[in-house]
Design a protein. Structure first.
Length: 131
């Protein structure tokens, strides 16, 4: 029996960034997409993804709002989450990790690095970020 592809929930409000990530990852993974906090939370009510890729700045809120809800939900807490953001100041990564993210990818997205990060978290779960 063939193994089902892993599911990634991508929450990104910029169409071009969603398309880029879909092109990079879509051959190997099932990509669910949301453009807002509300859409993401609706999707999470119905299905538990294998990985979350969350933009920090969303028009209607923040990826931080989503990660708070995920970490407070016992069924979702084990899902690894990677922040994708243009906020790349010195303390941003530690701030995102403290908020509940397991990893961090800065924009512009490195098309070689993103698949490596995704695969690491899909294999190792949340602990992959602390290795």
């Amino acid at each position: 029996m063939e193994e089902q592809p892993k599911t990634i929930l991508l929450v990104e409000d910029d169409h071009a960034n969603r398309k880029l990530i879909r092109v990079i990852l879509g051959k190997h993974y099932r990509i669910q997409e949301a453009e807002s906090v509300e859409q993401a939370l609706d999707l999470l009510r119905n299905r538990k993804p294998d990985l979350l890729l969350l933009d920090i700045r969303l028009g209607s809120g923040s990826g931080l709002d989503i990660i708070r809800a995920v970490r407070e939900n016992a069924e979702l807490d084990a899902v690894p989450a990677v922040a994708i953001t243009a906020q790349a100041m010195k303390n941003d990564e530690s701030r995102f990790l403290a908020a509940g993210f397991d990893g961090y990818v800065s924009k512009p997205i490195d098309t070689r690095l993103l698949p490596e990060v995704v695969e690491r978290f899909l294999r190792g779960g949340r602990r992959a970020g602390h290795a």
